[in-house]
Design a binder for this molecule. Structure first.
Ligand code: ADE
Ligand code: ZN
Length: 335
């Protein structure tokens, strides 16, 4: 079987993708020029050469710096559309994208600029490319919970167009427990809840995300594997894990993609999915992530990953069922 061709045509959803992390160097330079923002790199090649990370924080420093070129609604719309074109080319049928409003409001942009720009790009992607999407607002965990509450208040006029809240940025030293109250408030507002946990942080952070944030989905979750009881709990509850192989490699969460735990996760009964995280920084969009781990997986396991991407989405059950039927038809046609 030609695994690459199989992956290319496999219908899939993407559930873990930071839109600011899809800012390709070429677009970053174009927006810097459009907005008169100075970048501390001579050109695209020099910028790309700086994408060498030994931990999450190395990446975050460059990622927040890059986001500074986003100034107007049209910039966010262009950013979103550029991502959706790459996603559509990878046969992504549905994407649930993260954005970090605090990165932009801290620079003086009103919440509306990022929100309206992204929502415009999402609507256009659905119309022009047939890719549906949902928006997830992430709180930056290196900032105090009070700032997250302020962000949630700013989001109020858009809550009918925001599917959920997430928790991202520097994990170590910033446990989920610090955000229990704002996540409780988000739950009262009818929002879904997800959180990055167990990327660099210990299994105890995953437990806090479950017990104190009441998450509907776990982002990364790699270090859950260090705790058998936690693995059993995640498997039993049918929790979806949004796993990001190339990100794990680039941020040294794994030392070799050939030893990535995705196969082990599936074989332990975990509902894992494959995602790109920050594709412009980590060397590939979602299909590149599938291809990176394909040597570790059977064809049936790759189908399971695609199936999990839809069952783990926040789509309505009828839409999930339609997508699952397409996955099954595709898999059957390849036999
Ligand atoms: N923000 C963007 N990508 C992230 C990641 N992989 N972990 C935490 N915060 C992030
Ligand atoms: Zn992430």
């Amino acid at each position: 079987m030609d695994k690459d061709a199989f992956i290319a045509g496999l219908p899939k959803a993407e559930l873990h993708m930071h839109i600011e992390g899809s800012l390709e160097p070429e677009l970053m330079f174009a927006l810097a020029e459009r907005n008169g923002v100075a970048l501390p790199y001579a050109n695209v090649e020099a910028l790309r050469a700086a994408y060498s990370f030994s931990r999450l924080q190395d990446f975050l420093d460059i990622y927040y710096q890059g986001a500074a070129v986003l100034r107007a609604e049209a910039d966010f719309r262009d950013l979103a559309l550029a991502y959706f074109k790459r996603a559509a080319a990878d046969n992504v049928r549905h994407a649930e994208i993260f954005f970090d409003p605090q990165t932009h409001t801290a620079r003086g942009l009103p919440f509306a600029v990022a929100a309206e720009g992204l929502l415009a790009g999402m609507a256009e992607a659905e119309r022009e490319l047939g890719v549906t999407s949902k928006l997830i607002l992430c709180f930056l965990r290196h900032l105090p919970e009070a700032d997250a509450f302020e962000t949630l208040a700013q989001a109020e006029p858009w809550l009918d167009r925001i599917a959920g809240v997430g928790l991202d940025s520097s994990e170590l030293g910033h446990p989920p427990a610090a955000f229990a109250r704002v996540f409780a408030r988000a739950g009262e507002l009818g929002l879904k809840r997800v959180a990055h946990a167990g990327e660099e942080g210990p299994p105890a952070y995953v437990e806090e995300a479950l017990d104190l944030l009441h998450i509907d989905r776990l982002d990364h979750g790699n270090r859950s594997l260090e705790d058998d009881r936690l693995v059993e709990r995640l498997a039993r509850s049918g929790m979806t894990l949004t796993v990001c192989p190339l990100s794990n490699l680039k941020l040294c969460v794994v030392d070799d993609v050939a030893r990535h735990p995705i196969a082990r996760m599936l074989r332990l009964g975990l509902r894992a999915t494959v995602n790109s995280d920050d594709p412009a920084y980590f060397g590939g969009y979602v299909n590149a992530n599938y291809r990176a781990v394909a040597p570790l997986l059977t064809r049936e396991e790759m189908v399971a990953l695609a199936r999990n991407s839809f069952t783990g989405s926040f789509l309505a059950p009828d839409a999930v069922a339609r997508h699952l039927a397409e996955v099954e038809a595709y898999a059957t046609a390849w036999v």
